[in-house]
Design a protein around this ligand. Structure first.
Ligand code: ATP
Ligand code: MG
Length: 361
């Protein structure tokens, strides 16, 4: 079997190309697609999620594309000892989704994967389709192990990308709006789908589609430290739920550089470029033009602009958030309804998988 190619430059360029094509086709044929995305309940969502993935999900679901939003609760256990807040974080994620504009329905389904046993059962055959070496070469997993400073890496950490394949394939998701860090995982999912179909579906229609990544225009938002991706667990994020004052205080501490003259130069000035890009995402003005307007205004003016733009962008979302927080029963019901719908889909797929593998008794 040919080995998985994780080369991020190659897969990134290919994913950018494919993303463009999918965008064009989705506009014409929205129901040909099923979107699957998700987040781990390790904390609340931040602006990296918002610009990198959530806005895409809202847009696609509003275009009529069937959309599954999974909360990857099992995945928390791969690199976190703490589990006490999983349930609470799960509900906060739902509040983040709804306040950003996701509207749950027959076609827009939000659920935690621990509530869909038939999806998790795909893990067993899928584990046999991937080699140990392929798992340990995964660059995102390596990066996560390093950044979390894990000493004893559990098997779940190496195998969670296979579990992610279960999440995508159980519902035959074919479009996955993700950030750049997820591309190696998607490559693995595609490989599993292909190997499953090749091995078990010689005499029948293939069970699984080949899912595609859909990258946003900003597939990797840097954290306020300017050195790594913004992440819930790395203390470098602005959360959607932060107050306006908290947002201002966080941005004040953001890293910039010593040059007072502001220019947009992502290669040589990544911290400044990241802030300019964030302003641009809020105001829709090109980052170069914003830089020019700030000129010698320095980091202070740059940060003030971001604070104002971001607080304005997030104001309606934060208002809706406050409303939703008052209604925990509704949030729980969204999850229970979503789990039931996801399960009905998973039961169907698992029975096809069983048939393909000749395990029906
Ligand atoms: P954790 O630190 O717990 O891993 P996270 O912030 O990395 O949390 P995830 O739940 O792992 O968030 O990722 C959810 C989705 O959001 C993925 O599709 C991921 O690609 C996307 N995403 C996360 N961080 C960013 C970012 N900084 N820029 C763009 N997209 C992002
Ligand atoms: Mg992550």
């Amino acid at each position: 079997m040919s080995e998985i190619d994780y080369d991020s430059n190659k897969t990134f360029a290919a994913a950018v190309e494919r993303s463009k094509k999918i965008e064009e086709d989705i506009a014409v044929n929205p129901t040909k697609y099923r979107v699957l995305t998700g987040d781990r309940p390790t904390g609340r969502l931040h602006i990296g999620h918002y610009f990198g993935s959530l806005q895409n999900r809202v847009r696609l679901s509003k275009m009529g594309v069937p959309t599954m939003i999974l909360i990857a609760d099992y995945q928390v256990l791969t690199d976190h000892d703490a589990f006490q807040e999983i349930s609470q974080n799960t509900k906060q994620l739902v509040i983040d989704y709804l306040s950003a504009g996701i509207e749950p329905s027959e076609n827009v389904i939000i659920y935690p994967h621990s509530y869909v046993p038939e999806c998790n059962q795909l893990m067993l055959p899928f584990l046999t389709l991937v080699s140990n070496a392929e798992l340990s070469r995964n660059p995102t997993v390596k990066e996560e192990i390093q950044s979390a400073g894990l000493k004893n890496v559990n098997a779940g950490m190496y195998t969670y990308p296979i579990h992610q394949a279960c999440d995508i394939l159980f519902c035959k998701g074919n479009v996955v709006p993700v950030g750049k860090d997820q591309l190696p995982h998607l490559e693995l999912t595609r490989t599993i789908a292909r190997r499953f179909n090749e091995k078990f579906c010689k005499d029948r229609d293939p069970v699984f589609p080949m899912p595609q990544a859909l990258l946003s225009k900003t597939p990797s938002i840097l954290g306020l430290d300017g050195s790594q991706k913004m992440s819930k667990s790395r203390g470098n994020a602005i959360f959607l739920s932060a107050t306006e004052d908290e947002t201002a205080a966080l941005i004040k501490k953001a890293k910039t550089d010593a040059d007072r003259n502001i220019t947009y130069d992502p290669v040589n000035r990544p911290e400044v470029a990241n802030i300019l890009m964030l302003i641009s995402l809020c105001t829709k003005e090109a980052p170069e033009a914003i830089a020019q307007r700030i000129g010698d205004g320095g980091g202070g003016m740059l940060k003030k602009m971001l604070t104002e733009a971001l607080n304005e962008e997030l104001r309606p979302l934060r208002q809706k958030r406050a409303e939703l927080e008052k209604n925990p029963d509704y949030i729980r019901q969204v999850l229970l309804d979503g789990s039931e719908r996801a399960r009905a889909i998973a039961v169907k797929t698992l029975s096809e998988v069983r048939e393909a593998m000749n395990m029906v008794i």
